[in-house]
Design a protein around this ligand. Structure first.
Ligand code: PHB
Length: 391
């Protein structure tokens, strides 16, 4: 079957669905294709922090205001090192907050809004390919969930198909900026009450740990591990002993423990693709860039990308000004590189590097002390964490 639309979107995660929603608000038709089923995406655990402007986008564009009712506003975080916690007061420093609202819920809201508004989202497709991306009528080819072979031609194709992006591989002239780290995160979900009112980012001699939250009875925690760590080597007792040891301090802080029902080792890398436009294909979200999770920026960057992209596509599609697509790379990458810097900074400031010398260790502690002792440095951290304003 051969069909057509204005914008073809490969990938139905938050970036693809948000873009499709914003395009509909602007009066532009799109079709989204996604290899996973809706249920499968709903069961994927991802990060949980939304910047102020990400919350605003969800609410003001009419996706949903559930984040305001069910999300939790966090006005700061704790940086913990040397067994002592230091609060970074976002409200006091920059007058902004972030919201704890898991990516799964963002996806659920977006998928419901697309369904409510009659958006065309095809889940569970297979054998996807993009063709003729440098022509005026690029296309997406796929087999739909009913097994029917489909071809959709469009004005512009968007690759929002995640970090293992298939669409990105068609960008032949791209430059890949890449950094690998000698560690990963071990993530758990457990049945326990919160151990603290806000998130705790901890540096210890045993490595980094992050105490995050999900609900009143479910918590999300992470600890630095080796990239080839196997979850099977970690019993509940071993996990709790490790987390407690990393959080321990003279203040007697202990984590509230509970049954662990999910264990995953998360990949960890920094990546940027440039340019983000190739002919009539543009990339967005994880397909375009990846950040280490320490700055909680991944989902926020994806939403910021598509906010810019929706504007650019309005010019490209409604005013037939394809040159507008050229401005997308520079506009999106400005924020992406700031986030790369911030995520890398938070990562190197808080993680134990396997080959660190005694000097490196003292320097790292001095860096943390300098940040919490300086109002200027704390404010910079708060500004980055809560998100740069959208022009
Ligand atoms: C999470 O809750 O999953 C989370 C929070 C903050 C981060 C990373 C992950 O920096």
């Amino acid at each position: 079957m051969i069909g057509s639309t204005r914008v073809g979107i490969v990938g139905g995660g938050p970036a693809g669905l948000m873009l499709s929603h914003l395009l509909q608000v602007a009066g532009i038709d799109s079709i989204v294709i996604e290899t996973r089923s809706r249920e499968e995406i709903e069961q994927t655990h991802r990060a949980g922090i939304l910047e102020r402007d990400s919350v605003r986008l969800l609410v003001e564009s009419g996706v949903s205001d559930r984040v305001l009712r069910e999300g939790h506003e966090h006005q700061g975080i704790d940086l913990r090192f040397g067994g002592v916690s230091h609060r970074i007061d976002f409200q006091g420093l920059v007058g902004a907050s972030v919201w704890l609202y898991p990516q799964t819920d963002v996806f659920i809201d977006l998928a419901s809004a697309r369904e409510r508004d009659g958006g065309d989202v095809r889940y569970g497709v297979t054998e996807t390919a993009v063709v003729d991306v440098t022509s005026d009528r690029p296309g997406m080819l796929f087999t739909d969930a009913e097994g029917v072979r489909q071809e959709v031609r469009c004005d512009v194709l968007v690759g929002a198909d995640g970090s293992h992006s298939m669409t990105r591989s068609t960008v032949v002239d791209r430059k890949d900026y890449f950094r690998q780290y000698p560690f990963a995160w071990f993530g758990i979900l457990c049945e326990a009450p919160p151990s603290a009112p806000e998130l705790i980012y901890t540096r210890s001699e045993r490595g980094f740990a992050l105490i995050s939250q999900r609900t009143d009875s479910v918590q999300r925690m992470y600890f630095q591990c080796s990239p080839d760590e196997s979850v099977d080597d970690w019993s509940e007792d071993r996990i709790w002993a490790e987390l407690q040891a990393r959080l321990a301090g003279a203040d007697g802080f202990t984590l509230k423990e509970g049954r662990i029902f999910d264990k995953t080792v998360l990949p960890f890398r920094s990546y940027v693709c440039e340019p983000l436009r190739y002919g009539n294909l543009v990339l967005a979200g994880d397909a375009a860039h990846t950040v280490p999770p320490t700055g909680a920026k991944g989902l926020n960057l994806a939403l910021a990308d598509v906010r810019v992209l929706a504007e650019v596509l309005e010019s490209a599609v409604l005013k037939n000004d394809k040159a507008a697509l050229d401005s997308y790379t520079a506009r999106a990458l400005d924020r992406v590189w700031k986030a790369q810097y911030f995520s890398n900074w938070m990562t190197t400031m808080l993680h134990a590097l396997p080959d660190a010398s005694d000097f490196d260790v003292r320097r790292q502690l001095a860096e943390l002390t300098a940040v919490v002792d300086s109002e200027h440095a704390s404010r910079y951290l708060a500004e980055c964490y809560t998100g740069w304003p959208t022009p």
